[in-house]
Design a protein around this ligand. Structure first.
Ligand code: SF4
Ligand code: SF4
Ligand code: SF4
Length: 256
């Protein structure tokens, strides 16, 4: 096969822990199958070579500096297809926690008396700055979803992320609801697609895949009320991953 005909793929990172790229690297044998189909031309975490000529860009991390905005716009202009890889790139993730402070305060907390050496802006996902063609959700990015998105790109097909709450997958697995164990869970309003992996192992869902498009907030409030809980008790937990844009879970019922 003529390698020139293969799509050229680049991986880029913005502010993040780079765990999503590590996840992709851990695909190992599947990764070898993938490089039969594409040429990976830039991937700082995995190789020394780099190129400014690519067709598909997988972008991890959040936008946290003015320079990031220019950089992601350049990547968007170059790539035919841009993918947000993981929660930092898709929903803001932990990076957006800093947005509840002033940016001056953030700089001084992190850099102390050298704060003026650095610049920062409120953190936002890549999806808030440039149009994105595909998204891979999760923290870290879901590998099955990454492979699905990869296949859809190569087939030229649209990919629509699953749009039901995690509770659906959790119930299909016959899990005991963690609310019965006195724990808080964000599954009722969180986008599924992870096979309810956390609740299946007895943990709670922290909402790392973001809100479903049209969360049933009334039903979520009913669940909370059943266990003597309020929205206020759950919003803080939700903000761990979902702090961009400002959450509105605290607003009143829509069926009142
Ligand atoms: S989504 Fe999670 S694992 Fe991926 S880069 Fe962000 S913090 Fe790291
Ligand atoms: S609230 Fe959590 S534990 Fe309960 S069914 Fe939904 S996802 Fe599962
Ligand atoms: S169960 Fe919740 S926190 Fe766990 S992977 Fe799924 S969406 Fe993320």
């Amino acid at each position: 096969m003529n390698s020139i005909a293969k799509p050229r793929v680049a991986f880029f990172d913005f502010a993040c822990c780079e765990g999503c790229q590590l996840e992709v690297l851990s695909l190992e044998e599947q990764l070898l199958d993938m490089v039969e189909l594409v040429d990976i031309v830039t991937w700082r975490e995995a190789m020394s070579e780099k190129s400014d000529d690519y067709d598909i860009a997988f972008c991890e991390g959040s936008i946290t500096r003015e320079a990031d905005i220019e950089r992601i716009k350049r990547i968007r202009e170059t790539a035919d297809i841009l993918v947000s890889l993981g929660a930092c790139a898709t929903i803001g993730c932990h990076n957006a926690l800093k947005n509840q402070f002033s940016m001056d305060e953030v700089l001084h907390i992190v850099y102390g008396d050298r704060a003026e050496w650095f610049d920062t802006i409120p953190a936002r996902p890549i999806t808030a700055v440039v149009p994105v063609d595909y998204q891979v959700n999760g923290c870290p990015a879901s590998l099955p979803e990454f492979v699905t998105v990869f296949k859809h790109i190569l087939m030229g097909k649209e990919y629509k992320p699953p749009n039901q709450p995690v509770c659906v997958e959790c119930k299909l697995k016959d899990n005991l609801c963690v609310y019965e164990k006195g724990l808080l869970c964000l599954g009722p309003v969180t986008r599924c697609g992870c096979d309810a992996i956390c609740t299946s192992y007895g943990h709670t869902c922290f909402g790392c895949r973001g809100l479903v498009d049209d969360p049933n907030l009334n039903a979520a409030q009913d669940v909370l009320a059943k266990y003597g809980l309020s929205v206020e008790e759950i919003v803080g937990k939700f903000k761990l991953y979902n702090n961009w844009p400002e959450l509105s879970l605290g607003e009143g019922r829509t069926d009142a």
